[in-house]
Ligand binder design. Structure first.
Ligand code: HEM
Length: 505
């Protein structure tokens, strides 16, 4: 209302002022009104955060997100204003929360099942009202999510144990392909290939050029991360977005080709039972008219990028931490020997591998890859006494929460942090509730399988002579936490077990 009154396009201001008032007082009146507006705006917000200050506050906070990266900016603001604070992103009020009680409230309730991000940015990467991860059309998201749940739990999850074991073994047999001239292993590339291969074997089952697609997935992720919060003006300047456009197109084109091949195979298959998998279910839904072709292709794309984007870096961090903590490695090896022995890992081992599980959890707590969760309030609410308006953006800073509450030694990597049962409100690496990570069970299964299969064969070392450790590793904390890949210090030494061969570091 106040804004409207201040907008000369809507009102003839002179007609609203008595004629006796001289024209020279108009600017003063306008200024007074404007200051009143700013004053009243700031007064309504009881949530800590930077001041609005004639729109400078929102500008600065948005710039900080673009400049520092989403995760780093969230940590900065929580440290500065407390664990429940307010900034602006793209001019929209955004809460940054790192308090377990408020986080629990948001994750639990159905009126926070939407996410947020620049509409143009999401359109650019094909995620606007499409796919699952950033699909903010909740009606469509509700249609799509069950396809993911079905593929990632039950028989699919059981089958993943064999698929993933075979994939790790196959890639370890060809380790030379990811070694540099000094014999050091490029763990990230190795893991990305394993994740893509295992995902393809379960969800799509079309032969693909693993190396080429892994590179395209990285390009797509970079574009998604870079465009998510870009202001609209960015999308008007073609030379700024050109390289992202190409990265997105490269991956989409590759997935389109694979999906077409899948459609062809389904239409020519003798027995449909042999074809049933995630991609087939989606293609059938398209034939029934439940989903569009664009939607099907985007869902397949997102299913194929989910594991390489998150788990390859998670496993890299975990291997670094294991290499730096010989006692943890010892405990893991002892458990592997007792539970699995000389054979390959099986589904019934998964539950019994408690030390392995705690090492994975502790690694995700101490050095997370997914540091934050993005949601939107779909109705007015009150969280921990703070009023939250419908449409407010929310970032849950889970990484920070994992270092602030409950854990006895929050700033150390130690299995002691998981010795006691951890109530789930204090540990949420996958989120929980209706919009939680749909791959959380399969992710844990895959990480256990990879760790067991790899560690049974190799002892892992970092390039110690160059003082590489996880704390000193250069990282970027944006949409996710990623190591700076412009260095070969991320490589590791894989020493075969039962062998005297030791590679020089
Ligand atoms: C270390 C591994 C992983 C981590 C830490 C992780 C973490 C997360 C988190 C925090 C979210 C947001 C949850 C929320 O809003 O409450 C999420 C969403 C999601 N994750 Fe994962 N994830 C991992 C692996 C996977 C894997 C392997 C898949 C599938 C193959 C997957 C599929 C998804 C999907 C589809 C969503 C979006 C769900 C939706 O919006 O409905 N994730 N993940």
């Amino acid at each position: 209302m106040v804004l409207e009154m201040l907008n000369p396009m809507h009102y003839n201001l002179t007609s609203m002022v008595p004629e006796a008032v001289p024209l020279a007082t108009m600017p003063i009146l306008l200024l007074t009104g404007f200051l009143l507006f700013i004053w009243s705006y700031e007064d309504t917000s009881s949530i800590p955060g930077p001041g609005y200050c004639m729109g400078i506050g929102p500008l600065i906070s948005h710039c900080r997100f673009l400049w520092m990266g989403i995760g780093s900016a969230c940590n900065y603001y929580n440290k500065m204003y407390g664990e429940f604070m307010r900034v602006w992103i793209c001019g929209e009020e955004t809460l940054i929360i790192s308090k377990s009680s408020s986080m629990f409230h948001v994750m639990k309730h159905n009126h926070y099942i939407s996410r947020f991000g620049s509409k143009l940015g999401l359109q650019f990467v094909g995620m606007h009202e499409n796919g699952i991860i950033f699909n903010n059309n909740t009606a469509l998201w509700k249609v799509v999510r069950p396809f993911f749940i079905k593929a990632l739990t039950g028989p699919g999850l059981v089958h993943m144990v064999t698929i993933c074991t075979e994939s790790v073994v196959r890639h370890l047999d060809r380790l030379e392909e990811v070694k540099n001239e000094s014999g050091f292993v490029d763990v990230l590339t190795l893991m990305r290939r394993v994740m893509l291969d295992a995902s393809n074997m379960l969800f799509l089952r079309i032969p693909l050029d693993e190396n080429a697609i892994v590179v395209k997935i990285q390009g797509y992720f970079d574009a998604w991360q870079a465009l998510l919060f870009k202001p609209d003006i960015f999308f008007k300047i073609s030379w700024l977005y050109k390289k992202y456009e190409k990265s997105v197109k490269d991956l989409k084109d590759a997935i389109d080709v694979l999906t077409e091949e899948k459609r062809h195979r389904i239409s020519t298959a003798d027995k449909l039972e042999d074809c049933m998998d995630f991609a087939t279910e989606l293609i059938f839904a398209e034939k029934r008219g439940d989903l569009t072709r664009e939607n099907v292709n985007q869902c397949i794309l997102e299913m194929l990028i989910a594991a390489p984007d998150t788990m390859s870096v998670s496993v890299l961090f975990l291997l670094f931490l294991i290499a730096e903590h010989p006692k943890v490695e010892e405990a893991i090896m002892k458990e592997i020997q007792t539970v699995v022995g000389e054979r390959d890992i099986r589904i019934d081992d998964i539950q019994k591998l408690k030390v392995v599980e705690n090492a994975i959890y502790e690694s995700m707590r101490y050095q997370p890859v997914v540091d934050l969760v993005m949601r939107k309030a779909l109705q007015d609410d009150v969280i921990d006494g703070y009023p939250v308006k419908k449409g407010t953006n929310i970032i849950l800073n889970i990484g920070r929460m994992h270092r602030l509450e409950f854990f006895p030694k929050p700033n150390e990597f130690t299995l002691e942090n998981f010795e006691k049962n951890v109530p789930y409100r204090y540990f949420q690496p996958f989120g929980f509730g209706p919009r939680s990570c749909v791959g959380k069970y399969i992710a844990m299964v895959m990480m256990k399988v990879i760790l067991v299969t790899l560690l049974k064969r190799f002892h892992v070392q970092t390039l110690q002579s160059r003082e590489v450790c996880i704390e000193k590793m250069q990282k970027i904390n944006d949409l996710a936490v990623h190591p700076d890949e412009n260095t070969n210090l991320l490589n590791m030494i894989f020493v075969p077990r039962n062998s005297d061969t030791r590679l020089e570091s």
